[in-house]
Design a protein around this ligand. Structure first.
Ligand SMILES: Cc1ncc(C[n+]2csc(CCOP(=O)(O)OP(=O)(O)O)c2C)c(N)n1
Length: 630
């Protein structure tokens, strides 16, 4: 029987033999690889965190003790060790296991996460609450060096270092964010790695371990002799010590027993302790070790080491919106030397890697620091440049105040490119971009656009460059519809575009929802209902002139957007009230609840914005109206 199958809960680990730990780690890696190759997911980070998780599970008394995973994208081993093996094959699928920690899923998951740099603050809050309530348990935040580039992490460290409370931070360093980690702190951590004491520490630890017969003996003896010897081998982590932490390390994060020792040391010491562990991203799977950026978050793929191909689910060759943005950036930057590009640790994901290669001096990766990215862009714009800030819709939420205070208040011409707007699918609620139409709309002077195909994205970028103020362009994850590409041309702001002309129903659709609107038109046509389809293109400002003309000519208006409450629907409802337009209207948007993870198609249905659900609502509403008229 496999060792993994024997582990139903963390306690079961403690009955293993020491030499069985590496076999268990192998089995876990196998399980993660097989599942991620079928379901997609965060492969490299999870492979890098197997032994670290084993060590934490051995050292702690879960679920009384708490682990707070930063981002949470490295929690697969934790899921496998906490009673979720049977469902593990459903990872990231609709109604299956979530790819991130979820309290609703397990008592072993401490916090719902998905965004970076939150773990220290959450852990400190838990610790302070524990102290106030007179409770006694251990709290460990696990944070990567990438996530440590985010300002929020420092805000947490700043308070924790002075707090005198028992809190353990495990800093997992693999010198990678999604791409190579950036910044002065990354350099500092790298210098620690090459400290001459590191090898000596490892050798001493190996010698000590060779004298301990069983895992049970090891765990029992931890508090006694072992700790004494550990104290002697602690290296100076000056930065963290100055911040008020006792620094422990660096240690090998692929040796579970070193992790156990470190946690035991921290528990003995009390107060804020930072344990520094080195790990290898993608550990144990050569293609992922060689290219951890590609394997950071990956779609389903073939598990043959020689040939790694993503499985093309859709035969039709269509570019992704990201690729279209990437190409257009090169076109625009050739003509306009003032264009500079900024990413917050997502050069590949946002499509800026080619720009970075071609114009290294005009490209800035600021780390996982969305707030800084926006204010930094404001500085660039103040000195006459044209910054393009490419940040996923969900992560730009972080920089709301910076957009208002540092960019919009001065009317600076910063272009925000929001990839992954709308439902993103398997990454789920922390990653869906369902708030941007709402949060951007309320900012004075902001122009907001949403392309419905690749040519429109090109035209919108061409237009954005000419606007003397803040502009946002939001588009979804994945493929564009595959329309022919021609030379980009400037659009007339805020002109919408009528795609189909009918008499009964008027559908005002935003971005990707135009594809749904066209399907709705066909479904209704089959029922002898004729539909006008309008590609809204601009949600702020929007084409009031056209809407004033069209709305009274129809029996029913439908607004359709991939955004929560307060977005385009609200703008139209206010517009109709103010203009005394009384046409019955259905507002189709994401309902006022968080949407789970799964395939986008399933999620659209869940949210009621898929073509069939909308067509059904239209038919029902038209029937009601007829009855009302009679
Ligand atoms: C606020 C925010 N910005 C961007 C991301 C996207 N993201 C997910 S993981 C990651 C890199 C994290 O690096 P690190 O903390 O070192 O963990 P590793 O993946 O290397 O294990 C990034 C940029 C995010 N989750 N949250």
């Amino acid at each position: 029987m496999s060792l993994l199958k024997k582990i139903k809960r963390p306690k079961d680990l403690k009955s293993l033999k020491i030499e069985e730990l590496s076999k268990l780690a192998e089995e876990i890696r196998e399980e993660i690889l097989t599942t991620v190759s079928k379901r997609g997911g965060h492969l490299a980070s999870n492979l890098g965190a197997v032994e670290l998780t084993l060590g934490l599970h051995l050292a702690l008394d879960l679920p009384k003790d708490k682990i707070v995973w930063d981002v949470g994208h490295q929690c697969y081993t934790h899921k496998l060790l906490t009673g979720r093996q049977e469902e593990f094959s459903t990872l990231r699928s609709y109604k299956g296991l979530c790819g991130f920690p979820r309290r609703e899923e397990s008592k072993y998951d401490t916090a719902n996460t998905g965004h970076a740099s939150t773990s220290v603050s959450t852990a400190l809050g838990l610790a302070r609450a524990r102290d106030l309530k007179g409770e006694d348990f251990t709290i460990v935040a696990v944070i990567g060096d990438g996530s440590l580039t985010g300002g929020l992490a420092y805000e947490g460290l700043n308070q924790a270092g002075q707090s005198n409370t028992n809190i353990i931070i495990v800093l997992k360093t693999l010198f990678m964010s999604i791409g190579k980690n950036v910044g002065a702190l990354a350099d500092y951590l790298n210098r620690l790695r090459s400290h001459s004491k590191v090898k000596k520490v490892r050798k001493e630890a190996e010698e000590r371990l060779s004298k301990i017969p069983t895992l049970g003996d090891f765990l029992v003896n931890l508090g006694k002799s072992v700790n004494k010897s550990i104290r002697k081998i602690v290296l100076p982590g000056r930065l963290f010590e100055e911040l008020g932490f006792r620094y422990y390390g660096p240690i090998d994060g692929h040796d579970p027993l070193r992790i156990v020792e470190a946690i035991s040391f921290a528990q003995d010491m009390g107060g804020p302790v930072l344990i520094h562990a080195f790990t290898v991203k993608g550990k144990g799977y050569k293609p992922a070790e060689d290219d951890p950026t590609y394997f950071h978050g990956i779609s389903p793929f073939n598990l043959t080491p020689e040939k790694v191909e993503t499985v093309e689910k859709n035969g039709k060759k269509r570019p992704s919106y990201t690729e279209v943005f990437s190409d257009m950036m090169l076109e625009l930057s050739e003509k306009n030397k003032d264009i500079v590009a900024i990413t917050a640790a997502m050069a590949d994901g946002t499509g800026l890697s080619d720009f970075a290669k071609k114009y290294p001096n005009r490209f800035f990766d600021v780390g996982i620091a969305e707030e800084h990215a926006v204010t930094f862009a404001a500085g660039l714009a103040l000195n006459g440049l044209k910054p393009v800030v490419a940040i996923y819709s969900t992560f730009l939420q972080r920089a709301y105040d910076q957009i208002i205070h540092d960019v919009a208040l001065t009317g600076l011409p910063v272009i925000f490119v929001l990839d992954r707007a709308g439902l993103v699918g398997e990454d789920g609620p922390t990653h869906h971009g369902l708030f941007d139409l709402t949060y951007l709309k309320s900012i004075p002077g902001m122009t907001v656009m949403a392309p419905s195909n690749e040519q429109e994205l090109r035209d919108m970028l061409e237009t954005a460059i000419t606007i003397n103020g803040p502009v946002a362009i939001r588009f979804p994850r994945g493929k564009a519809p595959g329309v022919p590409i021609k030379k980009a041309s400037k659009l007339k702001v805020p002109e919408a575009k009528m795609l189909k002309k009918g008499n009964d129903v008027l559908v005002l659709a935003v971005g990707r929802m135009v594809e749904n609107a066209l399907e709705i038109e066909s479904l209704l046509k089959a029922k002898n209902i004729s539909t006008t389809v309008v590609d809204v293109r601009f949600t702020k400002p929007f084409d009031e002139e056209l809407f004033l003309k069209l709305i009274p000519k129809h029996k029913l208006v439908v607004t359709l957007e991939e955004n929560g409450i307060g977005g385009f629907a609200d703008s139209i409802s206010k517009f109709m009230l103010e203009n005394k337009l009384v046409t019955p209207t259905i507002f189709c948007h994401i309902p006022d609840r968080f949407i789970t993870h799964g395939a986008v198609k399933d999620l659209m249905k869940d949210a009621g914005i898929d073509p069939e659900s909308v067509a059904d609502k239209v038919i029902k509403k038209l029937k009601e109206n007829l009855v009302a008229i009679k």
